[in-house]
Design a protein around this ligand. Structure first.
Ligand code: SF4
Length: 78
């Protein structure tokens, strides 16, 4: 398995793959509550959040966190 495939292996267990992407990319002003609820039950939440932080994902809910929350983590790690 290449590094890239290994880095993405967690996606096979992504719970959101069973629910569809809409709740994970809410429009501005729309609550992320439904997506967060799915994330809290996901077995790969840590891997997902780390991937989003490592790749500076700008949009959507990853690992149960919004872009604003991820930006806060990135800044506090600088
Ligand atoms: S933590 Fe949330 S966004 Fe990440 S894979 Fe799991 S369900 Fe999907």
């Amino acid at each position: 398995m290449t590094d890239t495939l290994a880095e993405l292996a967690w996606q096979v267990s992504a719970l959101c793959a069973e629910t569809g992407p809409d709740a994970f990319f809410p429009e501005q002003g729309v609550t992320a509550r439904d997506a967060r609820s799915v994330c809290m039950g996901c077995n790969v939440r840590t891997e997902c959040l780390n991937y989003a932080l490592d790749n500076n994902e700008q949009f959507g809910i990853w690992g149960g966190l919004t872009e604003r929350e991820r930006r806060h983590i990135r800044r506090s790690n600088e």
